[in-house]
Design a protein around this ligand. Structure first.
Ligand code: DMJ
Length: 933
C-alpha cells in the first residue's frame, strides 16, 4: 500500500487538482515543512548524510536492477542465488506465489516508474523501448488477476504517467506516443472476462490467452477470492478509463467495490478475508488489516483521493471506525471475527499489516500510526527484518521475509508527516540490514529464515517497484526528484498515477454502480485535516512522546492468549481461566474446567486430552467460556507444534567472492556436534569419494580437516558421518540426491541417527536439498577453494569476512556474540518419513525452549473431533509476566462501559443460537488453521 508523497499544506490551491484535495488533505499533506522546524528528539540528519544514504539506495537499486537485466531478463524475476531468471514452468512450482508470473518480464514493468523517481531517465527510456519490443501479454499462462493488476497494469500506467510527464518537459521520451497506455488497455481487456460473475467480483485467476472457463483456460472453477483481490482494482482501472475514455474498466471495478460494501458485516462493519464470488457469502470470517484485506481499505481511501467521490470516503471512514474499535489494540493490530468482533481470531500478526501506519498517516490519524510503527521497528531490530508473521508476544511465527516494502513505506509517510529525523534513522537501519543480510553477489535474496539469516532464491518484483522508491524518497529533497511527487498518488505497488485524472473523463464515475449514495451520512465524515503545522512545531517531541512508553514493548512482552483482556474482566467477575494459565495439577483449574463442561482425560502415553460437552456446563455463559477456552487451547497447541520444529541451520559461503553473503537453509542432524550449543564450524569443502559416503573414503587426504560433501542415499546418515569422520573431516554436508529438490518447496527435516548409540559422532552434520547443494557444487567448479561456515545462525558478513583469512578449524570463532550462539526455540525432532534411512528413529520432544516458555508442559494434539461440541486435546503453557496484559486491563476497564459489544458475556443467549454460533466459530477457526499468506 502507499500514498502520495506528502504534499502541500492544507488549503493551498493547486490548479489541476480537484477540490477534494483540499478536503482529503491529511497529515501527510500538512506536514511537509515539519523538517525545517525540528528542534529536539532524534538528532537532525545533515543534508550531506541524507544525500549519502540516497546515493546508497541508488547503488543498491543498480545492483538489483542491473543483475536482473543482465542475468534474468526477459524472465519475470531474478533468482539471485543461482543468478538466472525465474521462468514459470521451468522451476518447481511454489503454488500461488507463482501466479504473479505471466512470462511478461514482470520485474522490468514493475520497475519502470522507479527508474524515473530515482532520476534514471535514460535507463527509463531504454526500459520502455524494451517493454514495447519484447513483452507479450498474450501468453497461455494462468495469472492472478490481483497481482497482474497491481504490478503489470499498474506498472504500465505508472510508466505511461511518467513518460508523458517527461515528454512534456521536452527532453526525454519525445518519440513516445502512448504506447504503454495501449499495452495497458490491451491488458485491461484481457482481465475483463474475470468479472463475468453474478456478483461482479472477479475470478481470482485468468488465463492471459484464453480468459476464463474455456477448456484451454485451465481456470474459472474457483469459487472464492480474497477481499483485497476483489477490492484492489479501482485505482488502476479508473486510471485506465480516464486515460483512454473507455469507461468499462472503472465501471467494473466500482461494481466489485459496491458489492463488497454491501456484503460488509452490518453490525461490526468489518469484512472477512475471503468471499464466495458467486453467492457473496463470507468464506473466511476473520478480519484484520493485513493479508487478504489490506489494500481493499487502502483503495477506498485512495479512490476518494484520486477520484474525489465522497462515497469512497464514507465507506473508508465506516470501516476505519470499526478497525479502530475492534482490530486496533495499540500498538497491536489483531484479527477478529467479523460477527464477534470482540473475539480475537488469532494470536499473531502478519507482515503485510506494516502498510497500515502509512495509511493512517494519509487518514490523518498519526498517534496509532506512530505506535504501531514503533512496535514493528522493535520487531525488526530483534530479527533484522520483519518476519512474515509474528506472535502477539513478538516471537517469530513464520520466519521468512521476502524483502517486503510495507514497513519502509510507512516509515516514509511518518517522516513526511512528522519531520522527525528518527524516521531517517529507521530508514538507515533498513538500508544497512538489506546490505548486510540480504545482499548477495547477484542481487538481493529474500530471507528464508530471519532467525538463521538463510536465503531463498527469490527477489520479488515489488522489491524494485516499492522498496527503492520509498527509501530514496525518504532521503530525497524536492530538488532531488525531477518532477513533483506530490502531484501523484501511489498505488498499492507504489506506481504513480497523476492526481489530475480526477477531473478527466469524470462522466463514468457514477454510472452502473449498485450503491445509492444520494444521501450521505455526514456524521461519519471525518472532514478535518489535523493541522499538524501547528501540532508539530508547537511540540517537536510529539512523535517521540508517543514512542517513549513503547520503547521496550517488544523486549518486555509476555505471552498472550487469544481472548481479549477486557472480556476477562467484565463486570468485576472473576476472569475466566485462560488456556495459557491452565495447569492440569491445579485443583481450582480442574474445578473451573468442570463448570465449563470440559473434562480432562489422561491418555496412556502421558498426554492429556480435553473434551468439552457444552451440555454439562453449569450455565450457558460457562459453556461459552468453555468454548473459548478450548479454542484458545487449539491455537496454543498448533502454535506449539510449529514451535517444536527444530529451527533450521545455516550453511554460509564465506570465501571469495561470496564473503558470507550467501546463506543456505540446512537441516540439522539428531547426532553429532549440536551447532546451537557449540558455535559454528568453519572449513573448506571437499567432495568425498565415494560420493555417497557409504564406505571407507578412498580420498581421506582430500577431506582431512575439511567439511566433506556427501550425497544422500544408499546408507544411513550416521554411517556417512562415521565414514567422513574417520577420514578426518571436521564436518559434513549431505546433499539431497533428489534432483531439483529445494527448501523453497520441500519441508526441511532433521537427519535421524541409525537407532544405535551415536555418541561416537563428534562432527557437525547438516543437510542441504539439491538446489542449495548445487550452489556449493557450482561454486567449487568456479572457484575451487570454497570455504563455508556451519552454524545455527548466519554470522555477520562483511566487512569482516573479506578481510578474514582464518584457517579452517572447528569452533574457531570465540568472539562470536552471545546472541549468535544462543539456541532458539524448542528442539523437537523432525523425521523425513519417506526415506528408509531416516525411518529408524521417531521423534520425541527433547527439551523445552529456554527462551520462549518458562514451564512448558508438553502435550501433543490429536485430530479434532468431528462433533464441534466434543474436541480437542492440547497443551498448556505457563507464562509468568503480565505487564502488557495489565496495561490492557486498565485500558479496558475504562473503555468497557462505553462499548456495547463488551457486554456479550452477560447476555443469556438461547442455547440453539449459542450452538449455531459455536459451529460458526469452529468452522472459522478450522479455516484459519489452514490459513496461509
Ligand atoms: C505488494 O505487491 C503490494 O504492496 C501488495 O499490496 C501487497 N504486498 C506486496 C509486497 O509485500
Amino acid at each position: 500500500m502507499s500514498e502520495a508523497g506528502g504534499g502541500r499544506g492544507c488549503g493551498s490551491s493547486v490548479p489541476q487538482r480537484a477540490p477534494w484535495s483540499l478536503v482529503a488533505a491529511t497529515a501527510a499533506f500538512c506536514l511537509v515543512s515539519a523538517t525545517s522546524v525540528w528542534t529536539a528528539g532524534a538528532a537532525p540528519m545533515s543534508r550531506e548524510e541524507r544525500q549519502k544514504l540516497g546515493n546508497q539506495v541508488l547503488e543498491m537499486f543498480d545492483h538489483a536492477y542491473g543483475n536482473y537485466m543482465e542475468h534474468a531478463y526477459p524472465a519475470d524475476e531474478l533468482m539471485p542465488l543461482t543468478c538466472r531468471g525465474r521462468v514459470r514452468g521451468q522451476e518447481p512450482s511454489r503454488g500461488d506465489v507463482d501466479d504473479a508470473l505471466g512470462k511478461f518480464s514482470l520485474t522490468l514493468i514493475d520497475s519502470l516508474d522507479t527508474l524515473v523517481v530515482l532520476n534514471k531517465t535514460k535507463e527509463f527510456e531504454d526500459a520502455v523501448r524494451k517493454v514495447l519490443r519484447d513483452v507479450n501479454l498474450d501468453n497461455d499462462v494462468v495469472v492472478s488477476v490481483f497481482e497482474t493488476n497491481i504490478r503489470v497494469l499498474g506498472g504500465l500506467l505508472g510508466g505511461h504517467s511518467l513518460a508523458i510527464m517527461l515528454k512534456e518537459k521536452g527532453e526525454y521520451m519525445q518519440w513516445y506516443n502512448d504506447e504503454l497506455l495501449q499495452m495497458a488497455k490491451q491488458l485491461g481487456y484481457k482481465l475483463l472476462p474475470a468479472f463475468n460473475t453474478t456478483s461482479g467480483l472477479p475470478y481470482p485467476r485468468i488465463n492471459l490467452k484464453f480468459g476464463i472457463r474455456k477448456p484451454e483456460a485451465r481456470t474459472g472453477t474457483e469459487t472464492d477470492t480474497c477481499t483485497a483481490c476483489a477490492g484492489t482494482l479501482i485505482l488502476e482501472f479508473a486510471a485506465l478509463s480516464r486515460f483512454t475514455g473507455a469507461t468499462i474498466f472503472e465501471e467494473y471495478a466500482r461494481k466489485a467495490l459496491d458489492f463488497l460494501w454491501e456484503k460488509r458485516q452490518r453490525s461490526s462493519n468489518l469484512v472477512g478475508v475471503t468471499i464466495n464470488i458467486h453467492t457473496g457469502d463470507w468464506v473466511r470470517k476473520d478480519s484484520g488489516v493485513g493479508a487478504g484485506i489490506d489494500s481493499y481499505y487502502e483503495y477506498l481511501l485512495k479512490a476518494y483521493v484520486l477520484l474525489g467521490d465522497d462515497s469512497f470516503l464514507e465507506r473508508f471512514n465506516t470501516h476505519y471506525d470499526a478497525i479502530m474499535r475492534y482490530i486496533s489494540q495499540p500498538p497491536l493490530l489483531l484479527d477478529v471475527h467479523i460477527h464477534k468482533p470482540m473475539l480475537n481470531a488469532r494470536t499473531w500478526m502478519d507482515a503485510l499489516l506494516a502498510f497500515f501506519p502509512g495509511l493512517q498517516v494519509l487518514k490523518g490519524d498519526i498517534r496509532p500510526a506512530i505506535e504501531t510503527h514503533e512496535m514493528l521497528y522493535q520487531v525488526i531490530k530483534k530479527h533484522n527484518f520483519l518476519p512474515e508473521a509474528f506472535t502477539t508476544d513478538f516471537r517469530v511465527h513464520w520466519a521468512q521475509h521476502p524483502l517486503r516494502p510495507e514497513f519502509a513505506e510507512s516509515t516514509y509517510f511518518l517522516y513526511k508527516a512528522t519531520g522527525d529525523p528518527y524516521y531517517l534513522e529507521v530508514g538507515k537501519t533498513l538500508i544497512e540490514n538489506l546490505n548486510k543480510y540480504a545482499r548477495v553477489p547477484c542481487g538481493f535474496a529474500a530471507m528464508k529464515d530471519v532467525r538463521t539469516g538463510s536465503h531463498e532464491d527469490r527477489m520479488d518484483s515489488f522489491f524494485l517497484a516499492e522498496m527503492f522508491k520509498y527509501l530514496y524518497l525518504l532521503f530525497a529533497d524536492k530538488e532531488d526528484i525531477i518532477f513533483d511527487i506530490e502531484d501523484y498518488i501511489f498505488t498499492t505497488e507504489a506506481h504513480l498515477l497523476p492526481l489530475w485524472l480526477s477531473t478527466t473523463n469524470q462522466s463514468i464515475s457514477k454510472k452502473n454502480t449498485t450503491s445509492d449514495y444520494t444521501e450521505l451520512d455526514d456524521s461519519n465524515f471525518d472532514w478535518t485535516c489535523p493541522n499538524t503545522q501547528i501540532l508539530f512545531p508547537n511540540d517537536p517531541l510529539y512523535a517521540q512522546s508517543i514512542r517513549e512508553p513503547l520503547k521496550n514493548v517488544v523486549d518486555k512482552s509476555c505471552p498472550r492468549g487469544i481472548i481479549r483482556v477486557e472480556e476477562s474482566f467484565r463486570s468485576g467477575a472473576k476472569p475466566p481461566l485462560r488456556a495459557r494459565d491452565f495447569m492440569a495439577t491445579n485443583s481450582e483449574h480442574l474445578e473451573i474446567l468442570k463448570k465449563m463442561g470440559v473434562s480432562l482425560i489422561h491418555l496412556k502415553d502421558g498426554r492429556v486430552q480435553l473434551v468439552q460437552h457444552a451440555i454439562q456446563a453449569a450455565s450457558s455463559i460457562d459453556a461459552e467460556d468453555g468454548l473459548r477456552f478450548m479454542q484458545e487451547m487449539i491455537e496454543l497447541s498448533s502454535q506449539q507444534q510449529k514451535e517444536q520444529q527444530l529451527p533450521p541451520r545455516a550453511v554460509q559461503i564465506v570465501s571469495h567472492p561470496f564473503f558470507g553473503r550467501v546463506v543456505l537453509t540446512a537441516g540439522p542432524a539428531q547426532f553429532g556436534l549440536d551447532l546451537s550449543k557449540h558455535k559454528e564450524t568453519r572449513g573448506f569443502v571437499a567432495s568425498s569419494k565415494p560420493y555417497n559416503g557409504c564406505s571407507e573414503l578412498t580420498n581421506p587426504e582430500a577431506v582431512m580437516g575439511k567439511i566433506a560433501l556427501i550425497q544422500r542415499g544408499q546408507c544411513m546418515f550416521a554411517e556417512k558421518a562415521r565414514n567422513i569422520q574417520n577420514a578426518g573431516a571436521i564436518g559434513g554436508i549431505v546433499i539431497d540426491d533428489n534432483e531439483g529438490s529445494s527448501s523453497d518447496t520441500a519441508p526441511l527435516f532433521q537427519m535421524a541417527g541409525d537407532g544405535k548409540d551415536t555418541d561416537d559422532i563428534k562432527i557437525p552434520m547438516l543437510f542441504l536439498f539439491s538446489k542449495e547443494g548445487s550452489i556449493i557444487l557450482d561454486a567449487i567448479r568456479e572457484y575451487e577453494e570454497v570455504e563455508v561456515l556451519l552454524s545455527d545462525k548466519a554470522k555477520d558478513r562483511d566487512p569482516d569476512m573479506e578481510s578474514e583469512e582464518q584457517p579452517s578449524s572447528e569452533n574457531d570463532s570465540q568472539d562470536q556474540s552471545a546472541e549468535q550462539i544462543t539456541p532458539s526455540s524448542q528442539e523437537v525432532d523432525l523425521v523425513d518419513q519417506e526415506s528408509p534411512e531416516e525411518s529408524s528413529l521417531n521423534s520425541e520432544p527433547e527439551s523445552s525452549s529456554p527462551a520462549d516458555t518458562d514451564n512448558a508442559a508438553s502435550v501433543s494434539a490429536s485430530e479434532q473431533n468431528s462433533n464441534p461440541m466434543e474436541n480437542h486435546e492440547t497443551t498448556s503453557l505457563d507464562g509468568e509476566c503480565t505487564d502488557l496484559d495489565n496495561q490492557l486491563q486498565e485500558q479496558s476497564e475504562t473503555e468497557e462501559d462505553s462499548n456495547p459489544n463488551v457486554s456479550w458475556g452477560k447476555k443469556v443467549q438461547p442455547i440453539d443460537s449459542i450452538l449455531a454460533d459455536w459451529n460458526e466459530d469452529i468452522e472459522a477457526f478450522e479455516m484459519m488453521e489452514k490459513d496461509e499468506l
